[in-house]
Design a protein around this ligand. Sequence first.
Ligand code: PH2
Ligand code: MG
Ligand code: MG
Length: 151
Amino acid sequence: MELVYLGLGSNLNHPQHQLNKALQTLANYNGIKLHQVSSFYQTKPLNNANQPDYLNAVAELSCKYQPLELLDILQNIETMQGRIRSDIRWSSRTLDLDLLLFGKRIINHPRLIIPHYQMHLRHFVLQPLYEIAPNLSLPNGQKCKDLLAKL
Ligand code: PH2
Ligand code: MG
Ligand code: MG
């Protein structure tokens, strides 16, 4: 069974409610099994300081879907929760669901890069990930624990 790790983020419209609602949708979704959810972490916005703090978390799940099918599901959930896709990069959002890891797969598709291209640099990803999967490694063998310690 491949374990999938998902990053959740919100900094608009009651972030705690947004994360809980998305997790509930995932937990009830046909063909998705939600295994673990980290604590929710309040974090300073990266790259664009002029916006509200984020609430971030990481979830572990398994599913019967291929990565691009899961991506479609996640984007639908973002849209259902009022995500407006802006041309401005890193703008505030009601809900961001990022596929971080899909088993040990390496994917370079125009719509989807796995592992997530910046996860190794992001404290708000690595800290909750470490909380629920302290022994996890990336497909290239790097330990998440070591990446976190380097930040
Ligand atoms: N997501 C971004 C950009 N900046 N900063 C924090 N703290 N948390 C995020 O989830 C986040 C961010 C783009 O997705
Ligand atoms: Mg993101
Ligand atoms: Mg995203």
